[in-house]
Design a protein around this ligand. Structure first.
Ligand SMILES: C[S@@+](CC[C@H](N)C(=O)[O-])C[C@H]1O[C@@H](n2cnc3c(N)ncnc32)[C@H](O)[C@@H]1O
Length: 259
């Protein structure tokens, strides 16, 4: 896919997802936030960058623990939602910046900590994004990546149905692939934790904007999977009280830029 087509998909999807994503994730604290804070070992003196900040959930969470947070996102509607979220949360030490992960509009070695959540599976060039995150981190600074990490044997099927659900999804990487990216970037890996992240399939689809017919294709894939009792889609699909429940494997990686 060309990068301009991908940029158009990101803009389209996340303009529409800004409100449902904020509603779904912004008003109940999930365990990932604390895990990211642990991995970042944040201090009140820290200057933090949140890459692909979306509606500002991670930025506002870190703002309560750091001196200042900059939230960067490609999509103006997400940044508008982030400004509203910031107002609702009553935090003042955050600024918002439009930009792309592959060319971060910041000087080198500016941030004590660079974080990102649920973004790498939308990147066409994750190695370039990570190189940029490293560039803007100070020596000894921390880099925290949180993302879904399908098992290698189901990775292709996982990415297949996720692209049906959200055409701006590129490729979710496995845990070893993200670790290898960190190693190739010359980062020191200091921690990794994989945790289950549970969702209701219909709730997920309600906040997604697949192409016409694709939501039903996804339902059919899950019905077939549950009928045969396999885990080929990579999210331990099962029916509970009449609804389809899924569990994403999500990893939080802590890296350090070597001093
Ligand atoms: C699934 S949302 C995650 C939002 C936020 N990080 C969170 O976890 O609450 C993904 C975000 O990545 C942004 N995004 C995708 N590709 C990007 C890129 N290349 N540069 C900057 N932002 C990007 C989208 O606009 C969207 O807001």
């Amino acid at each position: 896919m060309s990068s301009s087509q991908h940029d158009a998909d990101i803009l389209d999807q996340f303009t529409r997802q800004a409100e449902p994503f904020a509603q779904r994730h912004g008003y109940s604290q999930d365990a990932l936030l604390d895990l990211m804070a642990d991995a970042a070992a944040i201090t009140p003196e820290d200057e933090v960058l949140d890459v692909a900040c979306g509606p500002g959930i991670i930025s506002c969470f870190f703002a309560r623990r750091a001196r200042h947070v900059t939230g960067l996102d490609f999509v103006p509607a997400m940044l508008d939602r982030a400004r509203r979220f910031q107002g609702e949360q009553g935090v003042s030490n955050v600024t918002w910046q439009q930009g792309s992960s592959i060319e971060l509009p910041f000087a080198s070695a500016r941030f004590d900590c660079v974080v990102t959540r649920f973004s790498f599976h939308h990147f066409l060039e994750p190695a370039i994004a990570l190189a940029e995150m490293k560039r803007v981190a100070k020596l000894g600074g921390k880099i925290v990546i949180c993302d879904v990490v399908p098992r290698q044997e189901v990775q292709e099927r996982f990415n297949y149905w996720e692209i049906l659900r959200d055409p701006s999804h590129t490729r979710a990487l496995t845990q070893p692939e993200i670790q290898a990216l960190g190693q190739a970037a010359g980062l020191e890996q200091v921690s990794v934790k994989v945790v289950p992240f549970e969702r209701d399939l219909e709730d997920l689809l309600a906040g997604s904007f697949p192409k016409p017919g694709d939501a039903d294709r996804i339902r059919a894939l899950f019905d077939a999977e549950i009928a045969v009792g396999t885990d080929a889609l990579g999210v331990a699909a099962r029916r509970e009280n009449g609804t389809v429940r899924i569990t994403y494997p999500v990893a939080v990686f802590g890296f350090r830029k070597r001093a």
